[in-house]
Design a protein around this ligand. Structure first.
Ligand code: ZN
Ligand code: FE
Ligand code: FE
Ligand code: ZN
Length: 272
């Protein structure tokens, strides 16, 4: 069976991951993968909390370490160079410059912040009760749609991250949340951006792949392509639950997975 490229892994520069680039590459080979990509948390402008990302001064060492591994593992493993940037209104010019300045294979855009609140941070979880679950979801999907429309990103990361801790909209609010999902997917389709199918949610309280099967099916109906990511923060996570992600795609009538090279996308066929 042909493995899926795993395009979401981190390095210790973000202050919450462990293992060298070579350790992740070795783990990928052990897991039977033939292609991976690094997407560590990008430096961002001041409006973001600095503890959760590499500093601008670390960017060169990050790129050097990935390029060195590309050479070390040549012929065994294809290694792509990417970043996971945070989407927030106001970040556009910074990300556009970063995108232009370095030879990325792809950029992942992720919504982790709603205004100043990192809604997926366990330490800021109490804020959920103040904002209310329904309004978090509506705001989240509106921001995700905006992150697609801005045109800066190749892949949108873990695209229903709002469910991470298991918060669910009340039944009476569900139609409104699904309408926001549909509007988000229309924006993604119009922008030509890919979505990530991420196994990270299986390791979180929600215990589900991101995004929900309903969203995968609705994306398939719009011909939105998917890239796979484990969101590994340690080498053991590389390729995590790849088979479950593949099955969800195939059940949803999706038979291709994205490959990126120098920000050009290709579709690789997948089989069960
Ligand atoms: Zn992280
Ligand atoms: Fe993320
Ligand atoms: Fe990540
Ligand atoms: Zn992530």
């Amino acid at each position: 069976m042909q493995p899926l490229p795993d395009y979401h892994m981190h390095t210790p520069r973000c202050n919450h991951a462990e293992g060298s680039v070579a350790d992740y590459a070795q783990a990928a080979i052990t897991a039977g993968l033939d292609e991976i990509g690094f997407s560590d948390h990008s430096p961002m402008p001041e409006l973001f909390d600095d503890n959760w990302r590499m500093r601008m001064e670390e960017l060169d060492s990050y790129i050097d370490e990935v390029v060195t591994a590309q050479q070390t593992f040549a012929g065994q493993l294809t290694i792509r160079l990417g970043l996971e940037a945070d989407w927030r209104p106001g970040c556009e010019s910074f990300v556009r410059q970063l995108a232009a300045d370095y030879p990325w294979d792809y950029l992942i855009g992720s919504v982790h912040y709603l205004d100043n609140w990192a809604f997926d941070d366990p330490d800021q979880r109490s804020h959920w009760d103040e904002v209310g679950v329904e309004s978090v979801y509506l705001d989240y999907y509106a921001q995700l749609a905006a992150s697609a429309t801005c045109g800066l990103f190749d892949i949108l990361g873990h695209p229903d991250l709002a469910k991470k801790f298991g918060h669910r909209p009340a039944a009476h609010a569900q139609p409104q949340v699904e309408a926001a999902e549909a509007a988000m997917l229309d924006a993604v389709a119009a922008s030509g951006t890919a979505l990530e199918i991420s196994s990270a949610g299986l390791r979180k309280p929600v215990g589900e792949i991101y995004p929900h099967p309903r969203i995968v099916a609705a994306a398939a109906a719009r011909n939105i392509p998917f890239a796979y990511g484990s969101d590994a923060h340690q080498p053991a996570d590389v390729g995590y639950a790849q088979q479950a992600c593949r099955q969800l795609l195939i059940q949803s009538n999706i038979h291709h997975i994205c490959q990126f090279n120098q920000r050009q996308r290709q579709c690789l066929p997948i089989t069960p």
